[in-house]
Design a binder for this molecule. Sequence first.
Ligand SMILES: C[S@@+](CC[C@H](N)C(=O)[O-])C[C@H]1O[C@@H](n2cnc3c(N)ncnc32)[C@H](O)[C@@H]1O
Length: 157
Amino acid sequence: MHVLDLGCGVGDVSLLAGQLVGPSGSVLGIDRSQDAVETAERRAVAAGQCYWVRFASADFASFVPERKFDAIIGRLILMYLPEPAETLRRLAGFLRPGGIVAFQEMSMPTHEASPQHRSSHRCSAGSFGPSREPVLRPTWAESCFRPISLPACPSRR
Ligand SMILES: C[S@@+](CC[C@H](N)C(=O)[O-])C[C@H]1O[C@@H](n2cnc3c(N)ncnc32)[C@H](O)[C@@H]1O
């Protein structure tokens, strides 16, 4: 399986995906931060995954891969983008038919602090505050992907 990890940062998610796909597959992590990419590359070497987990410095807006992918994944990415649906639509062109798109994002529809304090409003007024909640859900419909539902994770106690 060939996986593209968008906004890989220092490679946490890419390395997890690398364990799953193993040497018969591949993972390409991209990030616009050259520093993060260099750290991710060092970590892949240390983890013994550098032959199939690779990294490149690139911006989503201009990135054009050399191959198509079976899965496009990312963690904490869409919530920061000004136009997440547009980015997903563009990236859909790099996915094989029937491929998987999976992102883990954060949504905070309630953001009240108790006791109330203005600092909580200042924090939540940013990209992942309540103003983003109406954005992430329609992103999937707007970007032409069909959402699927997954069983809830068993609670860890
Ligand atoms: C919150 S970090 C998440 C990193 C990683 N996915 C993780 O969960 O550990 C977001 C990352 O997306 C990258 N990023 C944001 N916008 C980008 C863009 N337009 N093109 C490429 N990378 C971008 C940032 O450089 C940053 O490393």
